[in-house]
Design a protein around this ligand. Structure first.
Ligand code: F6R
Length: 613
């Protein structure tokens, strides 16, 4: 996830300088990415305009201070805050990116899937690339199209046809003063139209100081803004946007949460996109194949992480057993000393950490490396410490997560780890290309599956209120196999934000002790993954016989479950089921917290990234 913005102002309006408006927008976009920032300004003198680009690795304020951006003047400019996906954070990889002649500047949010083949084609035509980003192809491609005789608008129409993947683009062309071109597919883009100023941006809060009249740009639309104007096109035809203007009355704070009351809720709802972008990124990423090769050749495979990331390693273990028949030895990273005497050369450790900075996980990695093991990292932060010390890094593409509780980063870890396990299955000869293709198809369904959050939200809220009315202070979350791992993650969410005791374990284990706790009305929630229905039903009956209130959050095949309360998420196989099941479980924790008056974004005693032992 990155943030893009473009502002253009009519001469003589609002102090005659768009730079303060641009920088304010950039500051508000920083939550979308903060490893680098940059701006491009169109500066016109004596009837001719040129572009000036200022960009660097670092936070927005550092980049502003480094170049004294707040002292510059221009009527038209672009800005970008980066969350690296292709190429680590660096001055060169920061946006905006320029074409060879420095006449076209581009800022981008999203992933260009076919950038490698486009780059090859453009390099063969003599274009010289400066960065490792996917974005730079856009600048050179536009240069090529314009050189073939097209105007920028026509070139943009062609560009939209040529690009695969997701993009929100804002573009400055030196020869078109006062215009900012834009295009969008799947990544969000909004336009704000004021009296004598217009802007485009990745989100609404970064536009509210410019205008509250907002137009959402739709997929495959493109066009340009001028001061106080908007021109919108699709497939070469003009689109009438005037009926689409929405007056936004939100405060900036409300708007930065996308209209949701909390970041956690916004991030739960963002999961369809996060899951999709991670999958698209992985399918293009040679690191995934390299990591799978390393794992397939390993003497033994270990997996480690903390908290939610540890739970992701359990899902990895499950799929490695199913697809590759390769045992995975999982351990919580703070317990790494337990494994130091057994890990040795030839082993591979998979280290999972959304931040890539969790001290316990880094310590586990260093210890394993010191014993001669190789390390595959799975992380959400390009350039993080973990990515730097690992032998191979596979990235998730959830974008920054602001809520302390991990939600979208968990589901994106599952995408990466399931895919990795499938590739190992192929490398070891247990799966063929067709099998991997089917697994990828199921992962693709993850996007639609994760929409369960929106559909089921009112039902979950009701369930949370029923539980609280019943004075719930403690609950069990049970599942079998994959479902047991998801139950552990759901229990962690309930504990950390709703401050209720929630204990998870494999359902079959209930008879061996924990069931003694069950009394009349005690809530027991079953996570219903496909393939274990009948055995879970027996466990439900056992619980009911002791007076438990039995709840099922399951795929549709749990329709006959002997439960007091059933939430069915749709019909999914084992690969896609976690994406449908986890969002309602996260929502349950969320509503249990909010209904008790707790702030789910900032749970007590917790930090987003734990950099102490
Ligand atoms: C739970 C949560 C934590 C983190 C853990 C590891 O919601 O967020 O349990 O999962 O602190 O953090 P990372 O993944 O950054 O290593």
């Amino acid at each position: 996830m990155c943030g893009i913005i473009g502002v253009t102002l009519r001469r003589g309006c609002l102090g005659g300088n768009a730079v303060p408006l641009l920088l304010e927008g950039l500051r508000r976009l920083e939550y979308r990415g903060y490893d680098s920032a940059g701006v491009a300004l169109q500066v016109c003198e004596d009837g001719s305009c040129s572009l000036r680009v200022y960009k660097a690795k670092g936070k927005v304020e550092e980049v502003i201070a480094r170049y004294g951006l707040d002292k510059l003047e221009a009527l038209t400019g672009l800005g970008h805050t980066r969350w690296a996906t292709h190429g680590p954070p660096s001055d060169v990889n920061a946006h905006p990116h320029l074409d060879c002649r420095g006449e076209i500047a581009v800022v981008h949010n999203g992933i260009i899937k076919n950038y490698a083949s486009l780059r090859k084609m453009l390099e063969e035509k003599g274009h010289v690339f400066r960065s490792e980003t996917d974005t730079e192809v856009v600048a050179h491609l536009l240069e090529e199209l314009v050189a073939s005789g097209m105007g920028m608008l026509e070139a943009l129409g062609e560009l939209v046809k040529l690009l695969e993947g997701s993009f929100a683009l804002a573009i400055l062309y030196a020869r078109d003063p006062g215009r900012i071109y834009f295009a969008r597919r799947e990544s969000p883009l909004y336009a704000a139209i004021g009296e004598c100023v217009s802007a485009v941006s990745s989100d609404i809060p970064s536009l509210l100081h410019i205008s509250r009249d907002i137009v959402a740009v739709e997929d495959d639309e493109y066009g340009y803004i001028g001061p106080g104007t908007l021109e919108l096109y699709r497939d070469g035809r003009r689109v009438d946007w005037r009926t689409r203007v929405k007056r936004v009355e939100w405060s900036v704070e409300e708007a930065s949460k996308g209209g949701y009351p909390h970041y956690m809720l916004k991030e739960i709802m963002e999961q369809p996109r996060a899951v999709y972008e991670t999958l698209v990124g992985l399918l293009e990423d040679p690191a995934a194949v390299e990591a799978a090769g390393l794992l397939a050749g390993a003497s033994r495979v270990y997996a480690t992480g903390a908290g939610t990331s540890y739970h992701a390693t359990l899902v990895f273990k499950h799929f490695m057993h199913v697809y590759a028949a390769t045992p995975v030895y999982d351990y919580i990273s703070s317990e790494h000393e337990e494994y130091e005497s057994v890990i040795r050369e030839g082993d591979v450790l998979v280290a999972v950490s959304q931040s890539g900075e969790t001290l316990d996980t880094l310590a586990a990695v260093k210890a394993a490396k010191a014993r001669g093991a190789r390390v595959v990292a799975v992380t959400n932060v390009v350039g993080s410490t973990l990515s730097r010390i690992a032998d191979v890094t596979v990235y998730t593409r959830a974008g920054p997560e602001i809520g302390v509780a991990a939600t979208k980063t968990f589901l994106t870890q599952l995408v990466a780890l399931t895919y990795l396990a499938a590739l190992v299955g192929r490398e070891t000869g247990r799966l063929d290309e067709g099998d991997v293709g089917r697994i990828v198809e199921s992962l693709r369904r993850g996007r639609e599956a994760a929409r369960s959050a929106e559909r089921l939200n009112p039902h979950i809220k009701l369930l949370a209120s029923i539980l609280l009315r019943g004075r719930t202070r403690s609950m069990f979350l049970l599942g079998r196999l994959l479902g047991a791992h998801l139950a552990r993650e759901a229990a962690l969410k309930v504990k950390e934000i709703a401050y209720l005791h929630a204990e998870a374990y494999p359902a079959g284990e209930s008879k061996h002790g924990p069931i003694a706790l069950v009394e009349d009305g005690f809530p027991v929630l079953f996570v219903g993954t496909p393939g274990v229905e009948k055995r879970l039903y027996s466990n439900m009956e056992e619980m009911k016989a002791r007076g438990a209130k039995v709840i099922v959050v399951g795929v549709d095949s749990y329709g006959d479950a002997p439960a007091d309360y059933k939430l069915l998420v749709g019909s999914y196989d084992e690969v896609a089921a976690p994406y449908a099941l986890m969002p309602p479980l996260q929502l349950l924790a969320y509503h249990l917290a909010v209904l008790q008056g707790y702030d789910p974004d900032k749970p007590r005693n917790l930090a987003k990234t734990v950099t102490v032992e």
